[in-house]
Design a protein around this ligand. Sequence first.
Ligand code: ZN
Length: 198
Amino acid sequence: MDYYSSHISKLIEQLSRLPGIGAKSAQRLAFHIINMPKEQVEQLSNAMTGAKENVRYCKECFTLTDQELCPICANAKRNHKQIMVVENTRDLAAYEKTGKFEGVYHVLHGAISPMLGIGPNDIRLKELMHRLQEDVDEVIIATNSSLEGETTAMYISKLIKPTGIKVSRIASGVPVGGDLEYIDEVTLLRALEGRVEL
Ligand code: ZN
């Protein structure tokens, strides 16, 4: 049954595909968009296409950026011998907000999850190992404390151990299963400072 014009239905359908947007929110957003001034709608759709067309992975750390190298990797003042491994760009942003980490990052874009069929080859692990051929002092594993995050941390530490590079894991204290991005800066700093060598 189509209560709305097909254009509205299409818009609702597209919006409801977004994560965290249920049928009701999709309707609400659709009507909001229809009531917005045309220029504003254009700005919104341009921002979406522009982001999609211009955002790419940093060739060093694989975070999302619009340059070949992200601003962190391009910054000579950062300690390029200390690499913090995170699951996604949002986690990187959470640590960056503390303003206290002077190293660089490596973004895995996921975590190993046998249950979801995500293996080591499905995340940016090969790329991490490749980076370790350069002069690196320490790898700090800052994956989430979920089952997947812990599995990934263990897997990475086993991979790195034979290279002789120091591997550490951020302190637990980060709530179990908690996404790093929702944790406050003080907790994050404490987790970083209290990291233990694996
Ligand atoms: Zn980078």
